[in-house]
Write a protein that binds this ligand. Structure first.
Ligand code: ZN
Length: 171
């Protein structure tokens, strides 16, 4: 038995040049979100500025037929620096969709005065008094990682030098 579809859920993304890409038209909100989230995982390959999920009532004329369920803005990730950090301003949450990053910010579930932020890769988790503080903590983490990356490069070079030295002494 097929039920009559009364409403459709439409996820879309907007590119930096203003071009909007529709991701399809779905009979449930759940599927619309799944499709959008899957698409956002690829967002590091493109320059997107925002995304939304909109619901349309079928057979209704005019703009009342449309309701915006959610919008998210895309920013550079404080941790990995890629343009993959999606912020839902209405619900105060953010998540990096970049591969192997997943830095996040969310309202604390118990105390709404607190804003949590985290980076699952090293199980980093911190409670903050404001969204700004949370963003700042993630930036600090990103800076530390960049510094560590530089050290890795240096030690890599040192290793290479050792290896070259070893090869020479083998001759
Ligand atoms: Zn990231």
């Amino acid at each position: 038995m097929v039920e009559d579809v009364q409403r459709v859920f439409v996820p879309s993304v907007t590119e930096e040049d203003g071009n909007t890409i529709g991701l399809g038209c779905f009979s449930t909100e759940k599927v619309a979100w799944e499709v959008l989230r899957t698409f956002l995982k690829r967002s590091e390959q493109m320059l997107l500025i925002n995304s939304s999920v909109v619901v349309w009532d079928i057979d209704r004329i005019g703009e009342d037929a449309m309701t915006v369920l959610a919008t998210m803005d895309c920013k550079d990730c404080p941790v990995c620096s890629r343009r993959t950090f999606w912020i839902d301003l209405e619900h105060f949450s953010a998540l990096c969709y970049g591969s192997s990053c997943s830095a996040w910010i969310e309202e604390n579930t118990i105390d709404p005065e607190l804003i949590d932020c985290g980076w699952p890769t090293i199980r980093f988790l911190k409670q903050n008094k404001s969204i700004d503080d949370a963003v700042m903590e993630l930036y600090k983490l990103g800076d530390k990682l960049k510094a560590a990356g530089v050290r890795e490069q240096v030690s890599g070079t040192a290793e290479q030098m050792m290896q070259e030295h070893f090869e020479q002494s083998n001759d």
